[in-house]
Write a protein that binds this ligand. Structure first.
Ligand code: NAI
Ligand code: MG
Length: 483
């Protein structure tokens, strides 16, 4: 039965009292916080409040961080037994759990994502990555990656702003488990949880220099990529920067993994369970404001059910609560930055100009901060830019198909290949479709499910290599990174 009942909720704000944000931060190098020279602000995108001043690392800072990482690698970390390394990873994981509320509040303030998501998804998953990799540290010989696998050395790791602490965990946990030391750079708009993680490393008494964190923008990232003292680059971010990095490391001996963009097809067959499917579509594109590389941003509907799905989807979208990310009932928070909002507005305007039909539920957006209402475009064709380019926001492009074969052709007609979704009650159809789809991760009757044991990564312009699971370990061990 369909109901139009909407519940009114009183405000339920999470308290920010648990976090102490310093007015200014330096870099974390050799186990200590060292002052920076130049600084830039990080803001709360929901209010535009300046939260803190962040150091912009230049050549001297990156040099110092690489030197500290090399020293820790040579003198301590590469000599330590896997069992001992594992103890540190367990300790970090437990401290992250103990300080989970602090991490969640800080993540939401700095990033704009709903507290419900940082509390229930980002932070628990980040801790889970450390727990999972702690278990591998003394079992690398049994991972099927050779009898005596060796670490690469110093890893330079550059991460984006959409899942700040979680992307840190994806990078740091496998690197450390495999015996590498790291120099990590968080994104310029979301550095605060990485700096809190530096405190966790101190609290866990991790040997100095095993984890180094330098803050800054793309110029700092480029210094890391081009540093001769680094053995491996791990990057998550835009395909554009991924290509720059691939070119920069090509003439060097550096290993590289790239986790880039996506334009995932979420395919709904005529036998799909419609109500569950509608929930999955909403989760696929509106989770984390659509700032998700594997977001289900292209909805492919079989023609015979298209009308019913769209009717129910619009009905469901009317009930999405957009607003204060610190409110425990908020579903969609703030867009992460002014620049990202501009990009979403621009690509949506292209959708209008190309003749697609835009629809958003009525929703009041706060006057300060960066906001974009949940939006769908219907009447989209393969030729439209909004069907081909990553919008990286709460915007869904809807296409239709007649036969399963046509669905596969449309789904694969993209330069990306990160993820895909299949909605069908027939197991045989799901298995058939998943074998045809050129995507690294395929969800069936669900979407955006993550687990540290499951490898994640893409085909084509979505990147190189895998993160997570046994496959992810290979990227931090000698001789096995190019499977
Ligand atoms: P970006 O790729 O510029 O930033 C990601 C990280 O790379 C940041 O830490 C940044 O400081 C660093 N970086 C920038 N230029 C660099 C360089 N030349 N060398 C080394 N590091 C560098 O992404 P941006 O500009 O924030 O977002 C643009 C678009 O990228 C988004 O609209 C979205 O489509 C896509 N994106 C995809 C992500 C993913 O998870 N795959 C994450 C973030 C953005
Ligand atoms: Mg910020």
């Amino acid at each position: 039965m369909e109901t139009d009942m909407t519940f009114e909720y009183a405000p339920a704000p999470e308290s920010r009292a648990i976090v102490t944000i310093k007015p200014k931060y330096g870099h974390f190098i050799g186990g200590k916080f060292v002052p920076g020279s130049k600084h830039f602000p990080t803001i709360n995108p929901a209010t535009e409040e300046v939260l803190s001043q962040i150091a912009l690392a230049g050549k001297a800072d990156v040099d110092a961080a690489v030197k500290a990482a090399r020293k820790a690698y040579t003198s301590t970390w590469s000599k330590m037994s896997g069992k001992e390394r594992g103890k540190y990873l367990y300790r970090i994981a437990r401290i992250m759990q103990e300080r989970a509320r602090e991490f969640a509040v800080l993540e939401t303030l700095d990033n704009g994502k709903p507290i419900r998501e940082s509390r229930d998804t980002d932070i628990p998953l980040a801790a889970a990555h450390f727990f999972y990799h702690a278990g591998w540290a003394d079992k690398l010989e049994y991972a099927g990656l050779g009898t005596s696998p060796k670490p690469l050395g110093v890893a330079g790791q550059i991460i984006p702003w959409n899942f700040p602490l979680l992307m840190l965990a994806w990078k740091v946990a496998p690197a450390l488990a495999a015996g590498n030391t790291v120099v990590l750079k968080p994104a310029e708009s979301t550095p605060l949880t990485a700096l809190l993680f530096a405190e966790v490393c101190q609290q866990a008494e991790l040997p100095a220099g095993v984890v180094n964190i330098v803050t800054g923008d793309g110029s700092t990232g480029a210094l890391i990529v081009n540093h001769p003292g680094i053995d491996k680059i791990a990057f998550t971010g835009s395909t554009e920067v991924g290509k720059i990095i691939a070119r920069a490391v090509a003439p060097t001996k550096k290993s590289v993994t790239l986790e880039l963009g996506g334009k995932a097809a979420n395919i709904v067959f005529d036998d799909a369970p419609i109500d569950e499917t509608v929930e999955g579509i909403v989760n696929g594109i509106f989770f984390n404001q659509g700032h998700v590389c594997c977001a289900g941003s292209r909805l492919l509907l079989q023609e015979s059910v298209a009308e019913e799905v769209l009717h129910k989807l619009k009905n469901r979208m009317e009930k999405i609560r957009v607003g204060d990310p610190m409110d425990k009932n908020t579903d969609v928070g703030a867009i992460n930055s002014k620049e990202q909002l501009a990009k979403i507005i621009e690509l949506s305007a292209v959708g209008d100009a190309e003749g697609a039909e835009r629809w958003s539920p009525a929703c009041e957006l706060p006057s300060k901060g960066f906001w974009f209402a949940p939006t769908i475009f219907t009447g989209v064709t393969q030729a439209h830019r909004i069907a081909r380019e990553e919008i990286f926001g709460p915007v869904l492009s809807v296409l239709t198909f007649r036969t399963p074969q046509e669905a596969i052709e449309k789904a694969n007609n993209t330069p990306f290949g990160l993820s895909a979704g299949i909605w069908s009650e027939k197991g045989s159809r799901t298995l058939w479709a998943s074998q045809q789809l050129r995507a690294g991760v395929i969800w069936a009757n669900t979407f955006n499910k993550f687990d540290p044991t499951s490898p994640f990564g893409g085909y084509k312009e979505s990147g190189w290599g895998r993160e997570g699971g046994r496959h992810g370990l290979a990227a931090y061990l000698k001789g096995v990174s190019h499977e």
